[in-house]
Design a protein around this ligand. Structure first.
Ligand code: 4AD
Ligand code: MG
Length: 439
């Protein structure tokens, strides 16, 4: 017998069908047992008349909540059943996997244990339907990203995560033994994205793991995360990269709203707003003035950078002034940008770079890259880098490499902004942090 999904029960009234799912609750009465069964599409009430099969009744009585079951039974129209006006009269029951008693925690309880405890038992936590929805939405987000890229003639690449040199800077770097030498885990696909431009691929993207040995415990940092990266050639400035990113994001939000708008509203209480283009753009120099005028003091040690509080404050300003949830902060000072960002010709202290802030959270850093090898060498030396280890990278720009730029976006950060969630641990499938390597 084929499995019937709970959402389709109404179309099979009067038939004997097969359901598969988890025992959500059991009400064991004198003559009758009511099993509430859950599958990914809903809940159904299954009734067992005990005198029909006393042995089965005993087995059911011993089953813990969350036991995995296969049952067959006849679907009856029964308006008294509050769930969906349907009842399944049990005919046979097979325990696929008995749930031990007690559970580590009840995922369906009113109050849940702390996130850290729930992460120890992540598969139980993920049984909540809100979590299944989250990852359905993420699947659609990635699908929409690809749809847009493929329509725009992008090529997908997969770059190695084991590297002989650091991919960004010496900070936040994981190193490991690699036979007789050291290797590093990629902090981004930065160099290899740019290599694709030197290869003449013109437009590329990659979705893959990124590693950062960041010892901080914040609600937005992980030591391993999924990076969404793209790079395009023949650009005039970082403006071309921003213009692409905003349309791409608009498309992603449009697709997600089409596919999940109602469910997101119901489960997350979020009415998804498709962002209008162009997104507001604010040069960093101006952003610092705006923050000052609003009485927000940036930490002195930040030297032209912005802190999370500042990001939220700028977002509040943009919401008031432009009624927009996104803002590009542009033209960052060289002091807080990597050596490969191109400088603004008219003001060599600034870079052709940007961050995208979504609902007060940095989701993207991007830039036009310096593709002239002499300039690139000079900038690397200024940042105190040694040229020898990055010679292979510098060589990309010696034999005909077009102007180019791109960005990196944190997938989980985007999900946080989209679904209005404030802890990255809730959003990522399996969290990795300084003190968490399990499960
Ligand atoms: O801002 P980041 O460090 O920029 C780069 O890696 C550049 N190579 C990008 C470029 O093309 N110029 O990282 C990109 C994005 C951030 O904006 C953020 O969304 C996310 O990656 N991110 C993190 N997400 C989770 N945990 C962390 N520790 C993250 N660090 C960065
Ligand atoms: Mg950044």
């Amino acid at each position: 017998m084929d499995r019937t999904l709970i959402k389709d029960l109404r179309s099979v009234i009067g038939q004997t069908i097969k359901l598969q799912g988890w025992l959500q609750t059991l009400r064991d009465q004198k003559k009758i047992q009511f099993l509430i069964l859950r599958d990914p599409t809903g809940l159904a009430q299954v009734a067992h008349w005990k005198p029909n099969d006393e042995v089965l009744a005993e087995l059911i009585a011993k089953m813990g909540a969350e036991t995995a079951l296969t049952i067959t039974g006849k679907v009856i129209d029964n308006p008294i059943v509050k769930l969906n006006g349907l009842e399944i009269q049990l005919e046979s029951l097979e325990v696929d996997n008995m749930a031990e008693i007690p559970l580590p925690f009840d995922p369906f309880a009113e109050t849940l244990p702390t996130i850290d405890y729930r992460l120890d038992w992540r598969y139980m936590d993920l049984r909540r339907s809100v979590n299944a929805l989250l990852f359905q939405v993420q699947t659609s987000v990635e699908m929409a990203m690809r749809e847009y890229w493929v329509k725009n003639k992008f090529i997908e690449v997969h770059s190695p995560k084991l590297m002989g040199t650091p991919s960004e800077s010496g900070a936040e770097l994981f190193s490991l033994d690699y036979f007789e030498r050291k290797a590093y885990l990629a902090q981004s696909p930065q160099f290899y994205k740019q290599m694709a431009m030197a290869a003449g691929f013109e437009r590329i993207f990659e979705i893959g793991p990124v590693f950062r040995a960041d010892p901080s415990f914040t609600s937005r940092h992980m030591t391993e995360f999924t990076g969404v990266d793209m790079e395009i050639s023949w650009i005039n400035s970082h403006e071309d990269v921003m213009a692409f990113e905003e349309r791409w994001l608009q498309y992603i939000y449009t697709r997600v709203k089409e596919l999940h708008g109602d469910a997101i509203k119901k489960q997350f209480g979020v009415d998804l707003v498709i962002p209008e283009v162009p997104f507001p753009r604010i040069p960093m120099r101006e952003a610092v003035e705006i923050l000052k005028s609003r009485g927000y003091a940036l930490p002195a040690d930040k030297k032209g950078d912005i802190d999370p509080g500042g990001e939220r404050e700028i977002a509040a300003y943009v919401k008031e002034k432009f009624n927009h949830d996104f803002v590009f902060l542009t033209d960052w000072p060289i002091s807080v940008r990597p050596f490969y960002h191109m400088r603004i010709p008219e003001d060599q202290t600034l870079t052709r770079s940007f961050d995208l802030i979504a609902c007060g959270l940095e989701i993207t850093t991007g830039a036009q890259r310096e593709h002239r090898v002499e300039m690139l060498q000079k900038q690397a030396l200024e940042k105190g880098l040694h040229l020898e280890p990055i010679q292979f990278y510098l060589d990309f720009f010696r034999y005909g490499c077009p102007s180019h730029g791109g960005f990196g976006l944190g997938l989980s950060r985007l999900m946080m902004a989209m679904l209005n969630l404030n802890n990255i641990r809730e959003v990522v499938y399996i969290f990795r942090g300084p003190t968490r390597l399990n499960p």
